[in-house]
Design a protein around this ligand. Structure first.
Ligand SMILES: *Cc1c(COP(=O)(O)O)cnc(C)c1O
Length: 747
């Protein structure tokens, strides 16, 4: 009658987790090897002996440290120089990269607590999910890019300079774009736009930029787009209209004549160099964008004919995003440089070579040139490959070295923002049911004879040590009982008993499916659309508890009623993520949350996200390094869109909806004023709150019972909340002046 099912020493031997990479002692028994280590027989199921509730956790006693987590989650690979794990087991942000001093490190958990704690506790009371932006990181990225090119220019004796632009499509957030213009004005950093609204925002932002900064106008254009771009030159913004379609040249010629302004023109060349990864499908001869050689020649002749060939000053091409290797990069840039030199030879007044985007991010830290989520080069290597490729071609052709422009988007904005969300509950798939053997016995006895036969066979094969047979009989029992349940011959209690018995068997044999599902307060469609859309992986890790061994593996399932709303692929080729067990009741009921972070997602995800199930965007805060007691200051905090906001996106009118419901309340409550007011209050709050789940005690999260009846007169707007909450569902302006610091002054 042994109580221990699995030999503890055997269970502690590291059972392999696919992908290797795990620190010693990190064991998950989800393969069959463990069966071979069983040194004690399974007890007779009917002997009255209890199974231990968690065989894996009890066996793992090896020490665990933050550095184990750093290795396990590969933070040591993708994190530097911005992210690491501190001694408390929390994620640390190094706002100035390698130049961050120890006292400047920011503990991400402290930020999250400050932002999400209720106002009554000194927090900002913002709801999850949450985007935490670090403008310092953005600045560091921008400066690193500029430095890498400056160094390559200098060390190669290149005859011109680098002057980049930020393609606003990567993240059009006002503060991100304004920051880039501000941080980059010292080195003439500009913007790239691909649509009319992007052009409008770029024009207005660049009014504060360096006068030489480029405004590169890409994308498909109509007369209005081109007029705006021409007007921008009149406003002394250094605008370049890049011809993306041959027809655009006619509009440019005509509109510049009408408006009386000479434009600066670029052409986008369709290169023959092809990028074969996911992001390269638009490159190459058959690509979606750019002009073929034939078309470029026609454009040159046309411009020449109207005396505007001197307006053609820039050559643009874009090999694709996330260029995997410098080999491909050099190949593409050299081809582009040839086109550049040819245009100069044909009489265009060429000045700038714009190599497009494509500077990649190493999302898994593997430095691989073979994967869509990694790149095999550093910033410095990228810059030096570009500079050398242009230089070699131009020198050979005797063409003056052009200004080198790049449109690096992903590389600039990916690191600066972190998506933080909570795990609210989990289904520990492998947990054997809490059922005593006598209960089990009783239920099993009520099974039909064939099923009882299966149970006897299971018991017999356990005694013989034939575990394969045991599993087969368990499966047979289960299938048989499911059929009988469907036929109406078996009650729910009996079916549950059978499920429990089978789960006990597989868990005791270490073959149970030990991957749990963690429910996360998030919509994948809204916040990680590229995972859903193109299978793009981002590093995801708990942002705390990294000093503790993660005891389970899980996948993340989101709030949407959609089976695709889940994250079940992770960097490192993993199909589940090591996670820490949630407390029994889950996290919902208050207390400490379990917070996960998705990193390197600052590019593309925000604008691509939709409102599936009417889950809107996350709350957003800006956090700066500050030399106060907590090394950071929250400079801006904006709650995510409310239920009212997302309803409006779909043409609903929340104010009218509220009125309708309120009238109904008056009818149903027979004009009892107090009750109606309470109910209306609750409704108003629901319209005004974010669509995501709210953890914590019922009273503070539910507007219908928190006794706010007295406040009803405070609701001056038909449904917006009164003074204590933010009105308009928009910015909680936390400071009067822009970016005036709001220090973290909690004790
Ligand atoms: C999307 C895009 C970019 C940005 O590419 P990244 O790989 O994010 O740097 C640059 N230029 C053009 C034309 C683009 O379409």
């Amino acid at each position: 009658m042994p109580a221990c099912i699995i030999d503890a020493s055997a269970a502690a031997t590291p059972t392999v987790v696919s992908g290797g990479g795990c620190p010693p002692g990190f064991a998950f028994s989800n393969n069959n090897d463990i069966v071979e280590h069983l040194s004690l027989p399974l007890p007779d199921f009917f002997s009255g002996e209890l199974f231990p509730t968690n065989t894996t956790a009890t066996a793992m006693t090896t020490e665990w440290s933050p550095s184990h987590s750093s290795e396990l989650y590969r933070i040591d690979k993708w994190g530097p120089p911005y992210f690491s794990v501190n001694g408390s087991g929390n994620i640390t942000v190094n706002p100035f990269g390698d130049a961050t001093l120890p006292h400047q490190e920011i503990d991400l958990l402290k930020v999250v607590k400050k932002v999400s704690d209720e106002k009554s506790n000194g927090g900002l009371g913002l709801q999850f999910p949450l985007i935490v932006r670090f403008p310092d990181v953005l600045k560091h990225r921008l400066e690193s890019l500029q430095c890498a090119f400056d160094f390559a220019v200098k060390s190669n004796g290149y005859g011109s300079h680098y002057q980049g632009v930020y393609p606003v499509k990567c993240n059009q957030d006002r503060f991100v774009v304004e920051d880039i213009v501000k941080f980059g004005s010292g080195f003439r950093f500009g913007l790239e736009a691909g649509s009319k609204p992007e052009l409008l925002l770029a024009m207005s932002c660049l009014c504060k930029g360096h006068p030489d900064a480029f405004l590169v106008c890409n994308g498909f254009k109509d007369a209005e787009y081109i007029s705006l771009a021409i007007i921008a030159r009149k406003l002394a913004i250094n605008t370049v209209i890049v011809l993306e379609q041959e027809e655009e040249v006619d509009l440019v010629i005509e509109l510049s004549r009408v408006l009386g302004i000479r434009p600066v023109i670029g052409v986008r060349a369709k290169l023959r160099t092809k990028h074969s990864g996911h992001f390269g499908s638009t490159s190459g001869e058959k690509g979606k964008f750019g002009l073929t050689t034939v078309q470029i020649l026609r454009v040159v002749r046309k411009l020449d004919a109207v005396g505007m060939l001197d307006c053609l000053q820039l050559l643009h091409f874009h090999i694709g995003s996330q260029i995997p290797s410098t080999t491909l990069l050099t190949d593409g840039v050299a081809e582009g440089a040839q086109v550049y030199c040819e245009l100069a030879r044909l009489g265009a007044c060429m000045r700038v070579i714009d190599i497009g985007g494509g500077l990649g991010i190493d999302y898994d830290g593997s430095k691989s040139t073979e994967s869509d989520i990694s790149v095999g080069y550093t910033l410095e290597e990228y810059a030096s490959s570009v500079v050398r490729a242009v230089q070699v071609v131009c020198d050979r052709k005797g063409t003056n070295h052009p200004v080198i422009c790049s449109e690096s988007g992903r590389a600039i904005v990916s690191h600066h923002s972190i998506l933080v969300f909570e795990a609210v509950s989990s289904t520990a798939a492998a947990a054997p049911p809490a059922m005593s053997p006598s209960e089990l016995n009783y239920l099993v006895e009520g099974l039909p004879e064939e099923a009882r036969g299966d149970v006897r066979s299971i018991s017999a094969s356990v005694t013989n040590g034939d575990y394969d047979a045991c599993l087969l009989y368990a499966d047979q029992l289960k299938q048989r009982c499911i059929e009988q349940f469907k036929d109406g011959c078996l009650g729910m209690e009996q079916l549950a008993a059978v499920d429990g018995l089978c789960e006990m068997v597989s868990s005791a044999l270490g073959v149970s499916d030990s991957v749990s599902t963690f429910h996360v307060n998030l919509s994948v469609f809204t916040s990680i659309p590229d995972f859903w859309g193109i299978g793009q992986l981002f590093p995801v890790t708990p942002i705390h508890k990294l000093d503790q061994r993660p005891g389970v593996r899980g996948i993340l399932s989101d709030l949407t009623c959609d089976s695709d709303g889940k994250i079940d692929k992770f960097i490192g080729g993993e199909s589940s993520l090591p996670l820490h067990e949630l407390r029994e009741s889950g996290n919902f009921g208050g207390g400490d949350g379990y917070y996960l972070g998705m990193f390197l997602g600052g590019a593309y995800e925000e604008a691509l996200g939709g409102v599936h199930n009417l889950f809107g965007g996350p709350s957003v805060v800006r956090v700066m390094q500050s030399d106060g007691p907590h090394s950071f200051a929250v400079t801006r905090a904006v709650p995510g869109p409310s239920c009212g906001d997302v309803l409006r996106v779909m043409q609903h009118e929340p104010e009218l909806m509220f009125q309708t419901l309120k009238h109904r309340a008056e009818e149903c409550l027979h004009n009892n004023e107090d009750d109606t007011a309470t109910l209306a209050n609750g409704l108003a709050r629901s319209f005004n709150n974010m669509p995501y789940l709210v953890a914590g005690p019922i009273a503070s999260s539910c507007g219908f019972i928190n006794g706010n009846n007295n406040n009803v007169n405070g609701y001056h707007h038909p449904y917006f909340c009164g003074a204590e909450d933010s009105c308009n569902g928009n910015a909680v302006e936390v400071a009067n002046g822009e970016d005036e610091q709001w220090p973290y002054v909690c004790a």
